[in-house]
Design a protein around this ligand. Structure first.
Ligand code: NAD
Length: 294
């Protein structure tokens, strides 16, 4: 029998994810506060709901893809828990703070539901292409039920442990990404000042111990390495504002458990400076221009 998914939050990421559920044979009841997002989802074959609660009514599972913890908590508390059918599974794919993720899952479980936090790695192109990586926190039984639904939207679905561990994995990964991107940018900028051609430095470092994903898959220097947002005026890709959001979540979480993250703190301060320069919407590899004093 066709499973019905209530999908709440059909923005840049959620829109493509819901379309992939439809492509894989799920029925989707969609709700978003934005008329434009709802109309797009309808165009892909989703049924328009009049509220989040209306979307959830009768659905077998609920997927949320919302901006932040406060949206997730209020949607579940006010619009999901009271109307979901017994046995419905909840999957929150938003990137939110670990504490809120754990609190919402605890509340769901206390009401007899199963729920996972399942944030993603991969941007809008991966959401549209169904090639996201999901990092999942929650009980084994909840993960087993969530896996086929997540597999319809992604290429990898990994169980990271109990409730909130998906968010933990996501922010640790993105803190690592933020720090390696800053380090990659400052190395290219310094190499240039020392008289090295950027391509020559790439040829050396990409096969030496300084190599990283930020260098060889996402090189911040235009015309060097594979095609990246640097080749397109730093448009598209992963926005400075979203990197800053994830770094704030990471340093907040670090403080809550007494973890020492000096590189994460430095990356957060540098991305805050870039955002303050009005660059929140451009790709995060734009860091190189700030470090070059452009
Ligand atoms: P977005 O702003 O494009 O989409 C969020 C959607 O949620 C919007 O359409 C908004 O109208 C809707 N919304 C907000 N409050 C709502 C409510 N109460 N009820 C119903 N709809 C509501 O954001 P996005 O880029 O799609 O990101 C969504 C999540 O995915 C965020 O947590 C983000 O950090 C994470 N994420 C984004 C990317 C990316 O590259 N954009 C990558 C990985 C993870």
């Amino acid at each position: 029998m066709t499973q019905t998914i209530a999908f709440i939050g059909l923005g840049n990421m959620g829109g493509g994810m819901a379309a992939n559920l439809l492509k894989n044979g799920y029925a989707v009841r969609a709700f978003d506060l934005s008329e434009e997002a709802l109309a797009k989802a309808e165009g892909h074959g989703a049924v328009r709901a009049s509220s989040a609660a209306d979307a959830v009514t009768g659905a077998d599972a609920v997927v949320t893809m919302l901006p932040a913890g406060k949206h997730v908590e209020s949607v579940y508390n006010d619009q999901v828990f009271g109307v979901a059918k017994p046995g419905a599974l909840f999957l929150d794919c938003s990137t939110i703070d670990v504490a809120t993720a754990r609190r919402v899952i605890e509340a769901a479980v206390a009401k007899g539901f199963e729920m996972v936090d399942a944030p993603v790695s991969g941007g809008i192109a991966a959401a549209n292409g169904g090639t996201l990586t999901f990092m999942v926190g929650g009980a084994d039984a909840a993960f087993a039920k969530a896996k086929p639904i997540l597999s319809a939207m992604g290429k990898a679905v990994i169980h990271a442990g109990g409730a909130g561990n998906g968010q933990g994995a996501k922010i640790c990964n993105n803190m690592l990404l933020g720090a390696t991107m800053v380090a990659t940018c400052e190395s290219f900028a310094m190499a240039k000042k020392l008289g090295l051609d950027p391509q020559t430095f790439y040829d050396i470092s990409s096969v030496s111990s300084g190599q990283s994903w930020s260098m060889t898959s996402y090189c911040p220097v235009p015309g060097v390495g594979p095609q990246t947002p640097a080749d397109n005026g730093y448009q598209g890709g992963f926005a400075v504002g979203l990197m800053l959001k994830d770094l704030k979540l990471a340093t907040e979480a670090a403080a809550s458990v007494g973890a020492s993250v000096p590189m994460g703190n430095a990356a957060e301060a540098l991305y805050q400076m870039l955002a303050n320069q009005g660059e929140a919407a451009r790709d995060f590899s734009l860091m190189i221009e700030m470090l070059e004093g452009k």
